[in-house]
Structures are given as structure tokens and as C-alpha cells.
Design a protein around this ligand. Structure first.
Ligand SMILES: Cc1cc2nc3c(=O)[nH]c(=O)nc-3n(C[C@H](O)[C@H](O)[C@H](O)COP(=O)(O)O)c2cc1C
Length: 203
């Protein structure tokens, strides 16, 4: 390598992963929606805003985005199985439930919403939702007919009555070829809502 190459590479500096001391700990649950790839942007943006991010993936979400991508962007160990450990704890999912200032599920499938509505705990994300006392924010994404089905409507209502917050979905072109309600709302709107919840502002 010549001296010119050396001097230009010396201009490359390592940027701290976060802009400042983490403001809050946010657990981001990612489920098996075609919109799961958008979780990468969400994780990255929230981390850049100074939050400490842990990602919890459902088994089916791994068909849509790799654990390595989300783990790397979050900068923290990822939970996909009950046996996954978080440093300083022998029980990863409970440690995350206790540490969370907010549990954000984005995108949330119809199936995940149903599990949450009925208090299932057979996957780490559902178990964390039961064990945490942090606010829960859900950003659904699904086919419009699934979103409007009475079963989904009842599940959403059941969760809302317990204080769970929903953001979206928005209306637009859906990956399944339909147009209507069911698109994951934009990351900026999710981030805005999450930060309002974290600072106890009414949304
Ligand atoms: C290509 C494809 C896209 C899908 N997108 C969605 C979706 O956006 N929303 C949804 O509720 N289900 C969707 N599904 C179905 C879910 O992946 C399926 O219900 C799965 O069991 C959800 O698991 P999870 O909730 O544990 O992640 C999709 C399935 C396929 C094959």
C-alpha cells in the first residue's frame, strides 16, 4: 500500500454505535410477515437514536430476514429460542422482559396478535409479552382481509382493552397483490409513537 492510500484510509474513523448513552431499552419482536425486512430499518434507526435494542424473532420470521442481520444492526445478542442467553442472566427471555422499557412488535402477524390476545407463552416473544410490565406497542402487517376478519378485530379489541397500543396498519398496495388496509406503517411513524410511549406522552 502506498503512502497516499495509507493517508486516505486514516481519514476513516469508527463511529460509536450509539449517539449517546442509551435512553431506553426496547425489545423489538419480529414475526413472520413479508414486511419483516422493514424491521432492519427500524432496529437501525432506533439504535442510532440512542436506544438499547434487543431483537426477539419468531421461528417463521427467519424465513423473511436473517437473525444475523438483526443481531448485527441491534448490537446485542438476539433471542430466537428459549435456550438463548442474555449476558448476566440464566433465563434470557425473562431478563429481557424485566429490562424492557418498551416491547415493540413490528411487524406483527395475525397469528402473533392472536397468541398475545389469548396469553400463549409457547414462543419467547409471547412469553416476554406476558412477563414484562413495559408498555406493548404493536404494528400489524397482513393481508387486508385477514386484518378485517372478525377474529383479528376481536383479538385487537381484546388487547386494546388491556392497554396495548396499536399503530397502523396503513392503506396501500399489499405484497399479496391486494390494495387496502394491512401495510406495515412507515418506520418514522412507529419510532415517533414508540418514543411518545417511552416518555409517557399520550398518543
Ligand atoms: C410469503 C408470505 C408472506 C406472509 N406475510 C404475512 C403477513 O404479512 N402477515 C401475516 O399475518 N401473515 C403472513 N404470512 C403467514 C405467516 O408467516 C404465518 O401465519 C406464520 O405462521 C406466522 O408465524 P409467527 O406469527 O409465529 O411469526 C405470510 C406467509 C408467507 C408464505
Amino acid at each position: 500500500m502506498n503512502s497516499q492510500a495509507l493517508s486516505s484510509s486514516s481519514a476513516i474513523t469508527r463511529i460509536p454505535a450509539t449517539s449517546s448513552t442509551p435512553h431506553h431499552t426496547i425489545i423489538i419482536g419480529v414475526t413472520g410477515s413479508i414486511a419483516a425486512y422493514k424491521a432492519a430499518e427500524l432496529v437501525s434507526q432506533l439504535r442510532q437514536r440512542g436506544h438499547r435494542i434487543f431483537v426477539v424473532m419468531t421461528s417463521d420470521s427467519k424465513n423473511f430476514i436473517t437473525p444475523l442481520t438483526l443481531q448485527t444492526l441491534s448490537g446485542n445478542p438476539l433471542v430466537e429460542n428459549f435456550s438463548d442467553e442474555i449476558p448476566g442472566s440464566s433465563c434470557g427471555h425473562i431478563a429481557l422482559a424485566d429490562r424492557a422499557d418498551l416491547l415493540l412488535i413490528a411487524p406483527a402477524t395475525a397469528s402473533a396478535i392472536a397468541r398475545l390476545a389469548y396469553g400463549f407463552s409457547d414462543d419467547p416473544l409471547s412469553a416476554i409479552a406476558l412477563a414484562t410490565r413495559a408498555p406493548l406497542l404493536i404494528a400489524p402487517a397482513m393481508n387486508g382481509k385477514m386484518w378485517e376478519h372478525p377474529a383479528t378485530c376481536e383479538n385487537v379489541e381484546r388487547l386494546r382493552s388491556r392497554g396495548v397500543q396499536f399503530i397502523g396498519p396503513s392503506v396501500g398496495l399489499l405484497a399479496c397483490g391486494y390494495e387496502g388496509s394491512g401495510r406495515l406503517i412507515e418506520s418514522s411513524a412507529i419510532i415517533d409513537c414508540a418514543e411518545k410511549l417511552l416518555t409517557h406522552k399520550v398518543i
